[in-house]
Write a protein that binds this ligand. Sequence first.
Ligand code: SAM
Length: 258
Amino acid sequence: MASSHIALLLLPGSRPPLSRFRGGPVRCANERQALFSRIAPVYDNLNDLLSLGQHRIWKRMAVSWSGAKEGDCVLDLCCGSGDLAFLLSEKVGSSGKVKGLDFSSEQLAVAVSRQYMLSKSCYKNIEWIEGNAVDLPFSNCFFDAITIGFGLRNVLDRYKAMEEVYRVLKPGSTVSVLDFNKSDHEVITTFREWMIDNVVVPVASGYGLAKEYQFLKSSIRGFLTGKELEEIALAAGFSSAKHYEICGGLLGNLVATR
Ligand SMILES: C[S@@+](CC[C@H](N)C(=O)[O-])C[C@H]1O[C@@H](n2cnc3c(N)ncnc32)[C@H](O)[C@@H]1O
């Protein structure tokens, strides 16, 4: 069966074949939590170094795609050290509210200290929550917009996470999912893997984190293509889903509206 047809055959709310939407070789959520906690102290520096600062632009695009606006109540899921939450905070302003949720307390500790250090007055509208993307501690139809930056790929049950995102979004509202793009193009895949082996891992090994960043290669391989991301969103109930390739196809952004 052509994969693009799978979502169409699902009844609303029915569960797609889960193995298609489960993630990579690190099978246990605790292992992933430990991995992100280990990299927390240097995560921001490495992002700047490895993307030459470009991740700031991609994150601004992701926030813009979420449709968040002044006064909104929004969620940054898998917020890590809070980059997207801070951008959302500037978008929704002091009259809005931002929740940043992550399951790594070490990442959240970095987010909290950045919130104090940056001391922008609108950042007071951010609340950090330790929690799991597959079991969100919010009531139905709670948020006006949601972002997920480099997070869904790392969640073991991505379908459940998308169902949760759908549940907590208000009707007509949008989730914007930024991540590496699992491209169909051989050249892009070869270039990306060459970069990971020859740039990312050697740089990370300078911080004693070679193994942690080697995981990136298999986690992108085990991720979903743009088409599959659209399918998973539609299967979870979203009324529209479109995946945009950015940065020459190295990254992608899913925009799904409830
Ligand atoms: C690569 S980091 C991205 C952080 C941030 N969004 C950014 O763009 O810089 C992925 C984050 O997802 C979090 N994460 C992974 N699985 C999760 C889950 N099931 N529930 C909550 N957070 C999760 C990790 O702890 C980590 O902080």
